[in-house]
Design a protein. Structure first.
Lengths: 314, 353
């Protein structure tokens, strides 16, 4: 009935910086691509040979027209191989499978002003926000944090002009978050994307200043790995090792367990599983604080374990 | 599928409306078993299901031409049946694209869409429409895009903006509704506009339904069936039109109830819209008299049992208090006590008799 997966051909691939690669993609059959809202992402299926089975990575759409999707992918230091595949193997002409766009980071329709705060590669959804907000003449202010050697790259991507409310800061210390959030007019919505520590700081600071929680938005992709641990399935007795660089959900899938999932980013709730024993390390934004504290449920797409063995009711 | 359109039906005044045998057999009965209670009965809306009503994104049936004419009549009398708030402008174009793409794909014999960049040409053969317009430029269409395309579809539609962890009904068109009003509900949250429904709030139905709906993804629509009963095949049972249909309930007699009392089923569908991130609800009404439905033996038995055992709160909420006993008595003749197979399908290919 409706399309749910796409075959995309790489039309252009260029290096913006040693670790940043931009991909321009088109529909392999030449059809027009489904439209996408600012903030939407697609999930690529990457046939990484060393991994045994394809890796699925989600990337924000920097731009989406009927003809092209544009992504920027950072070569991850701790990688399961997905971003290395994008950097090393995906050349113009290559065809990959992707999901249709999905949006977990929408712009608020009622915001009086949009404040965008990004760190590093967190710039990607902000680029789609900027085009959309400029097209509607919305009030916008952006602060991009960058490592010293990438300041120029980000300035170029943003197309900085004097007085346009866009700022690139070298290093975290260069931005006074408390001051920035304190001087925003009522009705401002803040959006943050980047390292978890940055997003936590934005969220905590906004809360401390009395911002309504509904005015603070964050994008959580690829919550990174951690210590290896073991999963035990209480019904089947099966034991599955989760290594440090894969998620619990991926380990379940690898073991052939029929696990449900949707966003694979700790936001949608689809993959929720009941915990029988052990203490989860919750990294999702779906469960309430009370649910997390109870330790009875876990979102295997992003969360891990604070113990050697986590027992699931499966 | 070839559909012969019934072009001279009327849903008011003298009422000229009937279902063909094929239309009865494909009727989306909302009762998978012999008893009814609320549940979060939402499922994925893909091209399959017990009736071929489910096999297309937006079903076009034999009543299409007449229903579109009825919609135009209601809008001429009462333009406020279609209201879309200004921040839903992009959702209007999303709706137009979804409906045009779906109708042209599912019914190529009736509809076609040619896209040349932003220059789109739309043909609707049953209604004799052939328009070329610029996608994104409202001035190139005779109506705003949402009204333009929903005037060419059966059923009502609402547009929900998703923000602050809920859905806001920020636009809609309703001319075939079961006693609710766009003009009254516009701007309300999901829990506000469902406020009048009994029992379901306490059961947590709306909390869970809202969680599901907020996660509906582009390309993965959902659907559910809802129902009530309507006297006469009247599509416009709105609060605005109450003076016209309210008295209908007093006209039922044991002799005419089988032909005049209609089961009104809503096929509700839920679509995430790609540019606006809004959620589109389709609320499509199907009408069949209880005598038409009882021609399917399984359904005659089941209708009798469902109505007979309905909780009093639901009898009152669905406006059936005055005629409930009479309807149950009429339907008793179709119930021989035999068991019924689970599921909503008619389970037969031809109507007996």
């Amino acid at each position: 009935m409706m399309q749910t997966t796409l075959l995309l051909r790489v039309v252009q691939a260029d290096l913006l910086a040693p670790t940043l690669r931009r991909l321009v993609l088109e529909a392999a059959d030449g059809a027009h691509l489904p439209p996408a809202a600012p903030g939407a992402h697609i999930t690529l299926t990457l046939p990484v040979a060393a991994h045994g089975k394809p890796i699925r990575n989600s990337y924000s759409l920097v731009a989406a027209t009927g003809q092209h999707y544009e992504l920027i992918v950072r070569r991850a230091q701790r990688s399961r191989g997905g971003s290395h595949y994008v950097h090393d193997q995906l050349a113009p002409g290559a065809v990959i499978e992707a999901t249709v766009p999905h949006n977990l980071f929408p712009l608020a329709t009622q915001a009086r002003k949009h404040l965008l705060i990004a760190g590093g590669i967190g710039i990607t959804p902000m680029l789609s926000f900027l085009s959309a907000l400029r097209a509607r003449n919305a009030r916008v202010e952006l602060h991009q944090l960058a490592a010293a050697d990438e300041v120029g790259v980000f300035e170029g991507l943003l197309g900085l002009r004097a007085g346009d409310g866009l700022h690139v800061h070298q290093g975290r210390a260069a931005l006074d978050l408390a001051d920035l959030l304190a001087r925003q007019p009522l009705g401002t919505h803040v959006y943050t994307c980047g390292p978890a520590s940055l997003m936590d700081a934005v969220q905590d600071q906004a809360r401390a200043l009395g911002w309504p929680a509904t005015h603070v938005h964050r994008e959580d992709f690829g919550a990174a790995g951690g210590e290896p641990f073991t999963l035990r399935l209480s019904r089947s007795g099966q034991e599955i090792a989760v290594d440090g660089e894969e998620t619990m959900l991926e380990a379940l899938e690898r073991a052939g367990v029929d696990a449900r999932s949707l966003c694979r980013g700790g936001a949608c709730g689809e993959c929720m599983l009941p915990v029988v024993e052990g203490t989860p390390d919750h990294r999702d934004h779906f469960l309430s604080d009370a649910e997390k504290a109870s330790g009875l449920l876990v979102m295997p797409c992003v969360s891990r374990a604070q113990c050697a063995t986590l027992v699931l009711d499966l | 599928m070839t559909t012969a359109f019934k072009t001279d039906e009327t849903f008011r005044d003298e009422f000229r409306y009937a279902n063909s045998d094929a239309a009865i057999l494909r009727f989306p009965l909302p009762f998978p078993e012999d008893a009814y209670m609320y549940s979060v009965n939402i499922e994925p809306h893909f091209a399959s299901g017990a009736t071929n009503v489910f096999h297309t994104a937006f079903d076009v049936d034999e009543h299409y031409v007449s229903e579109c004419r009825e919609r135009a009549l209601v809008l001429a009398q009462d333009p406020n049946r279609c209201i879309v708030l200004p921040h839903m402008a992009q959702a209007q174009w999303d709706t137009l694209e979804l409906l045009m793409e779906s109708l042209a794909r599912d019914y190529p014999q009736h509809f076609s869409l040619d896209r040349d960049g932003d220059r789109w040409t739309w043909q609707n053969r049953p209604l004799g429409i052939h328009d070329t317009f610029t996608f994104g430029d409202t001035s190139t269409l005779p109506y705003a895009p949402f009204e333009y395309i929903t005037r060419q579809a059966q059923g009502d539609f609402t547009l929900q903006d998703q923000r602050e962890n809920t859905l806001y009904l920020d636009g809609g068109i309703a001319t075939t509704q079961a006693d609710w009003s766009v003009e009254f509900n516009v701007g309300m949250t999901f829990h506000e506009w469902h406020g009048p429904v009994p029992l379901a709030h306490e059961m947590g139905i709306f909390d869970r339904a809202l969680q599901y709906l907020m996660r509906v993804r582009y390309g993965h629509p959902g659907r559910r069936l809802n129902w009530t009963m309507t006297v006469n095949p009247r599509l416009d049972t709105s609060p605005e039109n109450y003076p016209a249909w309210g008295p209908d309930r007093t006209t039922l007699t044991p002799e005419n109830i089988g032909d005049r009392l209609h089961l009104r089923v809503e096929l509700q569908s839920f679509y995430r819209l790609p540019r606006s991130n809004a959620l589109l609800f389709g609320i499509r009404a199907y009408l069949a008299s209880i005598n038409e439905l009882a021609r399917v033996p399984k359904w005659g038995r089941r209708l009798h049992r469902v109505l007979r055992d309905l909780p009093p709160e639901l009898i009152a909420y669905k406006g059936m208090t005055r005629f409930h006993a009479m309807a149950v008595e009429h339907l008793a003749q179709f119930d021989d006590g035999a068991s019924t197979a689970p599921g909503i399908g008619a389970d037969i290919d031809h109507l007996p008799g």
